[in-house]
Design a protein around this ligand. Structure first.
Ligand code: ADP
Ligand code: MG
Length: 333
């Protein structure tokens, strides 16, 4: 049967690179062994064609992103990746498509020593669900409820590229707007987000870190930390780091110069980490990250208010919507 051909040919890893996989793909369940001193960190993310990626996205990019967004959730908890399962629904048993999909999935799995241990293969509209499993010391987990007023707020990397990339793809489709090098860079960040696993693991060396991965938008994701921790936040917009490419793009716009802060703070898909760190630990944090080639930028501070307030370079408060991508509304709110 086509289903089993696909499983044997493409999903079954040649051999398990991990000795905690007691039994992998091929039986009714996988059997896995969790280290006795760790909690099992579990997360799921689904990608649906036309919702989470534009219909024309390449299968390699879908395979990469399906795993990357799940790894990103482990990163935001400070967990070390171990295993994944993959439920995939395909319109037809298209072997070439599955092969290319796995060409995006497998190298990323190998990079993080993650083994595919099971899944489900069905016919239907193109949709991919990955379950991911990792390990974390429960006391060191980067819980959203760990923040306190006065903690400093940081993000890894830069924001806004993926959102600009998504706009570029949709505009190219709708209005036939050509894709230049700037937009190509942004589309690449949309399709190939780098899960911040290393940063998440380094942060577990500290205490009382609250983290989230920016999947829906900086402000709406930060709001989740604020709600869980019962804090507010102040964000200094001009401190939010942009890639050279995106900064250049804003400078070139007619009358531009000012970045589009709403686009940058409300678009998701960058999969950077946003986290809070108690002030007394910032020196130690910098030491931990030294020589790690991961950029960290302080963009604000947790407060005891119940609001998230954004200020521009001149210190003027900007009213930006605390929203990002949400399902069931069929639009960016
Ligand atoms: P069952 O009918 O017992 O649920 P299946 O026939 O669905 O088992 O799957 C057979 C084996 O192949 C199982 O071990 C399952 O975990 C694995 N499997 C099925 N689909 C996938 C997939 N897309 N990726 C990885 N493993 C898969
Ligand atoms: Mg099954």
């Amino acid at each position: 049967v086509a289903e089993f051909d696909l499983i044997n040919q493409y999903f079954k890893p040649p051999c398990s690179a991990r000795n905690d996989v007691l039994l992998g793909i091929g039986d009714d369940c996988a059997l896995l062994s969790v280290p006795p001193d760790k909690a099992l960190a579990v997360s799921t993310d689904t990608l649906i064609s036309g919702v989470h990626f534009p219909h024309g996205t390449m299968p390699e990019d879908i395979g990469y992103k399906a795993l990357a967004v799940n790894l990103s959730d482990l990163a935001a908890m400070g967990a070390e990746p171990a295993w994944a399962s993959l439920a995939i629904s395909l319109p037809t048993a298209d072997k070439r498509w599955v092969e290319q999909f796995m060409q995006g999935f497998n190298p990323l799995a190998a990079q993080y020593n993650l083994v595919l241990v099971g899944g489900d293969t069905t016919q239907g509209v193109l949709s991919i669900t990955v379950n991911i499993y990792g390990f974390v010391n429960e006391k060191k987990a980067l819980k959203r409820s760990n923040a306190s007023a006065g903690d400093l707020i940081f993000i890894t990397g830069t924001l806004g590229d993926a959102g600009a990339g998504l706009d570029a793809v949709l505009n190219a489709e709708r209005y036939n707007i050509p894709v230049d090098d700037t937009l190509r860079h942004c589309i690449n960040r949309l399709n190939r987000p780098e899960p911040r696993i290393r940063a998440g693991l380094l942060l577990t060396q500290l205490s009382q870190i609250a983290a989230i991965d920016i999947s829906d938008g900086l402000l709406v994701d930060l709001k989740h930390i604020c709600e869980a921790s019962q804090t507010g936040a102040i964000i200094h917009l001009d401190k939010i780091p942009l890639s050279d490419t995106l900064a250049g793009h804003y400078q070139k716009r007619p009358g531009g110069q000012q970045p589009d802060w709403q686009a940058i703070t409300c678009a998701g898909d960058d999969y950077e980490l946003c986290f809070s760190c108690p002030e007394y630990q910032v020196d130690e944090m910098n030491k931990v990250f030294e020589a790690q080639d991961i950029s960290l930028t302080q963009i604000g501070k947790m407060t005891s208010s119940n609001k998230i307030e954004c200020f521009d370079k001149a210190g003027i408060r900007q009213n930006l919507p605390l929203t990002g991508y949400t399902h069931f509304t069929h639009e960016k709110q």
